[in-house]
Design a protein around this ligand. Sequence first.
Ligand code: GDP
Length: 297
Amino acid sequence: MFDSLSDRLGGVFDKLRGRGALKEQDVRDAMREVRIALLEADVALPVVRRFVDQVTEKAVGQSVLRSVTPGQQVVKIVNDALVEMLGGEDTPGLDLNAAPPVVIMMVGLQGSGKTTSTAKLARLLKEKEGKKAMMASLDVNRPAAQEQLKVLGEQVGVATLPIIPGQQPTEIATRALQAARLQAVDVLLLDTAGRLHVDQQLMDEMKAVAAISAPRETLLVVDSLTGQDAVNVAQSFSGQVDLTGVILTRMDGDARGGAALSMRAVTGKPIKFAGTGEKLDAIEVFHPSRVANRILG
Ligand code: GDP
């Protein structure tokens, strides 16, 4: 995760730290390299520009350049700006403050890792939060989708809504809410249909399900390996539904990290979780400060 960016930035900052005194030009040279490193990591251009401008403005200040450890101060400024770029100090976590069953609606394109992430979250809620969870697949387009969620549910020990062939997504959502109420479920996860592209029929279906189920969280699942496309998908979805957060999957295979670094700044939506593998326990709460630490080594 972030390997190449981390290596690049490490090189830049080792040079800076190694010098006792710093001139404004040294900082500007270093920031030029930071700019290239971020662009190579596939961070969106406006985000890179803003980042470099902000850091440069702070770092060329006299109090930094005249301090005893200017190199370290510059690195600290970069670190703080990275944390900000990744979403700020706070880790938002899941908002479950509503009358049960609290609904979490999962949305995203097909293949993004949505169904796997639904099961991962259900497992997390059960194991770490002691919640009674239930899952329901509303994907009636892909014949195997509902069956897939059932199998994953069995693996994580979380109930899934029994499958009734022929029902429409809104009917399944209504039935899921009824079942969750009857069974005193704390959190109901609705796995909506994924499509190959962002299309209006998918969006309308999603809105209809949201209107019925009043989700407390609407989480978009996107594949970090798709880089800027992941950010574009997030923008398309957030124009249609009220997204409360993003789950970025396949972070385990993402050496560049552009989606993670651009998501918050471009879409304004927090990354709440990172998928880090195929196994059902491979999910992490996304902590911007820890991720920044990882990048800066
Ligand atoms: P969906 O079509 O969006 O529901 O996607 P699936 O949940 O079926 O996932 C598609 C594939 O991606 C599966 O083989 C998953 O095991 C895999 N996958 C999902 N999340 C991750 C992740 O965080 N890391 C890795 N390496 N694989 C993942």
